[in-house]
Every structure is written in C-alpha cells, then in structure tokens.
Ligand binder design. Structure first.
Ligand code: PEP
Ligand code: MN
Length: 449
C-alpha cells in the first residue's frame, strides 16, 4: 500500500477541516533554524562535532507536563556535558521531542483475550486504551499533536534560554536522582572538574554567552503525511519548502521505500533529513536513497541512522559505509542502538538489554574506526524518569523488575541512570578516539611560544 503506514479516517470531511486549520497555524520552528542545524550537521559529517539525539519512542498528550519535559531536557543536557568533556568537540543536541506522536506498526490490529481492535498508532492517531472508541482513528488528534508540540517547544525554548542550561547549574541537573549510585557519583565528579575549569576561565576574564545557554533542536519521524504536508510552508527568504513541524525529521525503516510516498515528500523539503537503515540494508539501497534525498550532495543534508542490532552491526554496516564513502558522499552516520535490540521476555514484556544497547554503540565505534570514518552520533530512546523498561545497567534491573514502572506507550526506553551510563560509554570511546586522532579537530589546540 502506498503511502505506507497511514491511518484510514472514516470521515474525510473532518480530516479536510483539520488539515485546513493546520495550514493556518504558526510554524513550530523557523526555517533559518533548520538551516543552522544543517550547518552544524555538516560539521558533524566532517568529524568536527557529534550528535546526541534522544527522547521518547512515542510522546503522549498526557506526558506534556512541565516536570516530564524538564526531566527529559535535563537528561539530554547531562549526557551532552559528559560527551562534550570527553570528545572536546561540540555536541549537537536534538530531542526526539515536540512532535514524536505517531508510530508505524508491524500489525494493523491487536488482540487481547479474544478481542481484536485496531493497533495503537500513537496519540496523533488514536488512543492507547484498549476500547473500540479509544482505538478509532480521530483526525482531531492532529490538532492536539500541534498543540502538544507547541507547548513542549515553548517550554523547552524558555528553559534553555532562561538559565536552565547554564553550565554553572550542571551539578543540579541530577540533584533529584531517585536512585543515586555510581553513575551519579561519576557525573558529579566530572561536573566538579568542569566547574573548576569554568572558574579558571572566568577568573581569566572569559565569561562567554555560550556557557549560559545551548542550541537545541526538535525532531520526529515524519510518518503522517496529512500532518507533515499541512505543516509545510514556503520560506519567505528562499521561496523553498520547509516542514516547520520540527527542525530535523526522519524516515523510518518501514517507510523508506525508494518509490514510496515518504521519500517522495521528504526529498522536496529543505530540512535536514534522517533515514533509518536496518540490518538488511544494502549499499545499493543506501546509495539510491542518498541520490534521491540529497542529489546535490549538500553538506549536512543527509543523516543515515543505522539500527542493525548488536549482533549484526559489525558485519552488516562496513560494506554500506565503504560503498557510500567510495561514491564520494559525506553523510552523517548516527547509531540507533535501540531498534535492532528489542525482545519480548517470557512474561510477554517488550524490553531491551542495556548490554545489547551498549554493545551496538561499541560496534558502531569499532566499525567506523576500521572504515576510517567519523562515528557521528547516537540516537536513543530515553526518558528523564526512573522507569523500569530496559533490563540491565548499573542498577542491574532484572526482568522481574520491569512491572514496577513500565510506562512507555510504545518501545522500552532507557531511564535516567541507564542514559547517563550510556553517555559515559560513548564518552570513553570519544576520549579514546580524540587521543588517537593525529589531527585533533577540537577548536582549542595547545601551542608553543
Ligand atoms: C522509531 O524510531 O521509533 C522507529 C519506529 O524506528 P525504526 O523506523 O528504525 O524501526
Ligand atoms: Mn521506537
């Protein structure tokens, strides 16, 4: 079916009314910000910066609360601090946030105790509750998606420019950690080191604006074409189309058919674009997608987000990288260590093992080391809360612990401890790479006089 993964609405007049309203709504992001992100991603492609992309698998309308948004931002900011200190290159921070409300599903229906209902496709489409009324596709939810994204973006912008992201407050981002432990200790030690360095710089007269605020971008999977199309505007400066529902949008593994509607739609947009690449991707597939989405080979335009699985990345990724690089292209390579590592426990709970997630990240660095390419970033499903959805990590969460706080509306996310632990794993590889890099790319280079 083409377009793939689209909800069918009973009432087309209602849908048309919603789309017409969305067309008149103000943009959630500005085209110029999308251009900035493209420029920053071009630096990533050249090996001069690293991407941290993360957030919920599926945001929910009820999850749009101040504390929820703050916790997610805090988690991303603390991870970014850990990585910046290690890599000594800028970390480009992109939330899976303010628009991640629609999910592709492998099955159209769900059966529980003999009752079959349409599958939950994300709050943008239908409700999570297992009742016929809730599971009905409702186009009005697209307006609610806009409102929820708008409220989230508004708070994120206010917090990040209003002092929340000030490096001097980094020690407090984890202050309310429920289960403090070794990861938190390690974080606090690192922050103390950073504070000493900052104090030194300030004493020397350097107190730059960059210490008080951060760049932050929004992203989501561009799945629902009715919504994304309605949120596309012609930029007055350049007369070109931007999807102003988010800064960065990506095409999922299930909707990246080369002749499919999603590829056709996204290729016309000026936003930086991500494409997920699963374990069966061939170099030919990747090159065909690159030619279609980025025919002009524009720096920063194209990000490949690989999600091969811990057991497959070391064998399946190298041929793809080798041929893409041989074609002279320079995409951003990002590792999604989540979607190739999902499994169901004997008790029937969908989960992921922290050890698999960390292993795919290690494999990603190994492969790029071998190919001589820059491992450009990580893409993680995480939450700022102390949930119990993925097993393992320093807290050694077991399968029996999963029901304590299993709150995701879709895939299992890393909790705050596990996210921070993953950041340290990434940081170790980045430090290692920095020390071994013959031509360091970081802006600060020691000199002799
Ligand atoms: C996702 O990112 O939530 C997702 C569905 O990923 P993928 O398209 O890689 O399966
Ligand atoms: Mn997911």
């Amino acid at each position: 079916m083409n377009p793939a993964q689209q909800p069918v609405y009973e009432d087309q007049t209602e849908l048309a009314d919603v789309v017409a309203q969305l067309r008149t709504r103000p943009p959630l992001v500005f085209a110029g910000e999308c251009d900035d992100l493209r420029t920053q991603l071009a630096a990533v492609a050249r090996g001069e910066a690293f991407v941290l992309q993360g957030g919920d698998c599926a945001e929910t309308f009820s999850g749009v609360t101040a504390s929820n948004i703050q916790n997610k931002l805090r988690t991303l900011l603390s991870m970014a601090v850990v990585m910046t200190y290690a890599a000594q290159v800028p970390i480009v921070k992109i939330g899976r946030i303010a628009g991640q409300y629609a999910k592709p599903r492998s099955k159209d229906t769900e059966t529980r105790d003999g009752v079959t209902l349409p599958a939950y496709r994300g709050d943008a489409v239908n409700g999570f509750d297992f009742t016929p009324e809730s599971r009905r596709n409702n186009p009005r939810r697209l307006l609610e998606t806009y409102n929820a994204s708008s409220a989230t973006m508004n708070l994120a912008r206010a917090l990040l420019t209003g002092g929340f992201a000030d490096l001097r407050t980094a020690h407090s981002w984890n202050a309310d950690f429920v289960r403090s432990g070794p990861v938190n200790e390690r974080y606090l030690q690192l922050v103390q080191e950073i504070e000493r360095a900052l104090a030194f710089m300030v004493s020397c007269g350097m107190d730059d604006e960059a210490m008080h605020t951060v760049d932050f971008f929004s992203s989501h999977e561009a799945l629902l074409l009715d919504y994304e199309h309605a949120m596309t505007r012609i930029d007055s400066r350049t007369r070109t189309p931007y999807d102003v529902s988010g800064h960065f949008i990506w095409i999922g593994e299930r909707t990246r058919q080369i002749d499919g509607a999603h590829v056709e739609f996204l290729r016309h947009l000026r936003n930086p674009i991500g494409i997920k690449l699963g374990p069966t991707t061939t170099a030919k597939d990747a090159l065909a997608l690159a030619d279609k989405i980025d025919p002009d080979r524009e720096p920063g335009r194209l990000t490949f987000i690989t999600r091969m699985g811990a057991g497959k990345i070391r064998t399946n990724l190298p041929p793809v990288i080798d041929e893409v690089m041989a074609s002279g292209r320079l995409p951003v390579w990002v590792c999604d260590p989540m979607h190739g590592n999902t499994f169901t426990t004997e008790g029937g709970v969908k989960t992921r093992a922290f050890s698999d997630v960390a292993d795919e990240v290690q494999g990603f660095f190994d492969v790029h080391d071998k190919c001589g390419t820059w491992p450009g970033g990580v893409h993680v499903e995480l939450t700022g809360d102390d949930v119990t959805e993925c097993v393992g990590g320093v807290g050694e969460l077991g399968e029996g612990d999963l029901d304590q706080r299993y709150e995701t509306a879709c895939d299992p996310r890393l909790n705050r401890n596990q996210s921070l632990e993953l950041a340290f794993t990434v940081a170790e590889r980045l430090t290692d790479g920095r020390i071994r890099r013959s031509n360091p790319v970081q802006a600060f280079v020691p000199a002799s006089f």
